[in-house]
Design a protein around this ligand. Sequence first.
Ligand code: GUN
Length: 293
Amino acid sequence: MAETRILSGNVVSDAVYTALESRIQFLKESSVVPGLAAVIVGENPASQVYVRNKTRKFSELQLHSETIKLPHETTQAVLLDRIVALNNDPLYHGILVQLPLPDHINRALIIDSIAVHKDVDGFHPENLGRLTAGRPRYVPCTPKGIMRILQHYDIDPSGKHAVVLGRSNIVGRPMSILLSQKQKFSNATTTICHSRTADLRALAKQADILIAALGVPEFVDQSFIKEGVTIIDVGINRVDDGSEKGYKLVGDVAFEAVQGIAGSITPVPGGVGPMTIAMLVENTVEAAENSLG
Ligand code: GUN
């Protein structure tokens, strides 16, 4: 059995940060420090970790970031006011509102309120529409980071069958668009599977590139894959393990079970996660550059 190659998001993200150094330097020489405002509503522990990891990277790179923590009870009107203030604050080139939001808040309304030129998550319908039209502004960070992993390891999707498990606006939907674009290092034939897909396993088995973004721990095992497939595992799931911390992180793929069958795979942690953060930094640097005119 051939060994399964590990696609390291840590390695690829380091290359991204190196490539950003001169751009950040140029901005600082122009008295612009790329700035991110991260808004988090409520106490979702996973969201808190994600936001902390994002802002920690901004600090490490000596970029500006601020986390705006709002209690679960925050009203939609108060949240909207905060976003409008951030839209008008020149210190912040990028704004992200961590998802999910509490149920009493209309997510679409909040996303629509983010200034399109500060929407570094790429979730605003204008930015998703631009991506769909082949004229992207900000590309959602996780799918953008996945394309960079494929590029780095020279896994060209052209002519391949890419199967995306999950149809969220954050990952699955934009992922399928990026993979099927008519341009270099894209041109895949793309299938999106979701909770209502009939015989998801049979479709997944056809994949040359399998993107698992369902949020179900270790859902994809050896029975879902064909030999040599490239697997991108987007899942970051907490499962109880009786350890001191109380849980461990696992992906949507049963990592051990696919070893020796898959051609390559992104690990969890250390795969897609670091790339999401790197693309957020890159999008924020781009937003800061755009602010220079
Ligand atoms: N929730 C899960 N992933 C993301 C992300 O990339 N950005 C935001 N804002 N929320 C998320």
